[in-house]
Design a protein around this ligand. Structure first.
Ligand code: HEC
Ligand code: HEC
Length: 288
């Protein structure tokens, strides 16, 4: 009898710990949102480097980030959120802490989990300062009232299932080692985090978790296979080739890139400074 009670207590305690481990609010520092012109300007650049426009460009209000774009995936159709500061339908009233939670931990201000159609697993590695400056810029934009449609997901795909998915992802994919060269390190930061290149170019397992042991080894999108851009695949590219590609989408074979890469060139890589383009080249071609 006493043994059963002990087992029960241990099981309950274990359950409570597991519950806390899975669902606890992420610990983020309480942060004020900067509002200086310099922070807003940095944020504008980071929104380009983060490729946010590719998904959040408004379908009804194209000059805004009011969302509504349908994003197809193996797990359903997701609609990009309205990230203008509209109080009813967007992110009006968000604090710095809310931006850190959303971009770096995939959590809504009320604690609910985002679906990884929002590439927060990549953004998780961005610095707090970059996340806050992005927030400063978004809050400086005009508010647009628009409510995107509800996501179309299978009945079993509850938001809370992402609790386990997020933890499994961090267990399976430990942090890659730091790059000693500062230019390569800047390129790695842009590629792995802000530019989220791996979201499309890294293969995933059956649960949709990227397999970082084959980082940039080629992915699969609903519209077809995505080329590998690992050091083997890019062995014949020069730094000049890569910078030209990031600016114009022109490949060394004289063809323009198409498909899902076009918006990445248009909204993200072509808007980077030449230094950042060179850093990306240094990172991707570090073996050449
Ligand atoms: C690949 C498409 C994609 C990209 C790129 C993307 N997002 Fe999103 N974002 C989404 C989707 C889809 C959601 C809705 C997620 C959900 O409801 O679970 C979302 C949600 C959000 C939210 C939460 C809004 C809310 O009302 O709760 C914020 C904030 C956000 N994104 C900001 C950004 C920023 C900033 C960037 C660029 C650094 C970015 N997103 C890039 C697809 C994207
Ligand atoms: C939204 C998905 C997506 C993202 C994010 C993405 N790519 Fe791509 N990329 C593609 C697709 C799809 C293709 C193939 C397009 C085609 O068929 O022409 C491609 C092609 C390429 C190619 C050409 C490969 C070859 O050998 O032809 C390079 C290089 C490349 N991407 C680099 C990058 C870099 C660097 C980033 C991050 C800054 C990035 N991609 C982010 C989808 C993506």
């Amino acid at each position: 009898m006493r043994r059963t009670t002990t087992i029960l207590i241990v099981a309950l305690l274990g359950g409570a710990v597991a519950w806390w481990w899975l669902f606890a609010a992420p610990s983020v520092t309480t942060a004020e949102l900067p509002a200086t012109p310099a922070a807003i300007e940095r944020g504008r650049y980071l929104v380009a480097a983060g490729g946010c426009v590719s998904c959040h460009e408004g379908v009804e209000h194209p000059d805004s980030l009011s969302g509504g774009m349908a994003l197809e995936s193996d797990f359903g159709t997701f609609y990009a959120a309205n990230i203008t500061p509209d109080a009813g339908t967007g992110i009006g009233g968000w604090t710095g802490t809310d931006f850190l939670r959303a971009l770096k931990h995939g959590r809504r201000p009320d604690g609910a989990f985002y679906y990884p159609a929002f590439p927060y697993p990549s953004y998780a590695g961005m610095t707090d300062q970059d996340a806050l400056d992005i927030g400063a810029y978004l809050m400086s934009l005009p508010a647009v009232a628009f409510r995107p449609p509800d996501h179309e997901v299978p009945v079993w795909l509850f938001r809370w299932t992402l609790a386990g998915w997020n933890h499994l992802g961090s267990v399976l994919n430990p942090e890659p080692p730091d790059e000693p060269d500062p230019v390569v390190a800047r390129g790695a930061y842009l590629a792995r985090h802000l530019g989220h290149c791996g979201e499309c170019h890294t293969p995933r397992n059956g649960l949709g978790i990227p397999d970082q042991s084959r980082e940039f080894g080629g992915g699969v999108l609903p519209e077809g296979d995505v080329e590998a851009i690992d050091t083997d695949a890019l062995a014949d590219w020069s730094a000049e080739d890569f910078v030209l590609f990031l600016s114009l989408g022109l490949k060394p074979d004289g063809e323009f890139v198409g498909g899902g890469m076009e918006p990445v060139i248009e909204h993200n890589t072509s808007r980077l400074t030449i230094e950042d383009q060179k850093s990306l080249a240094a990172f991707f071609l570090r073996a050449n």
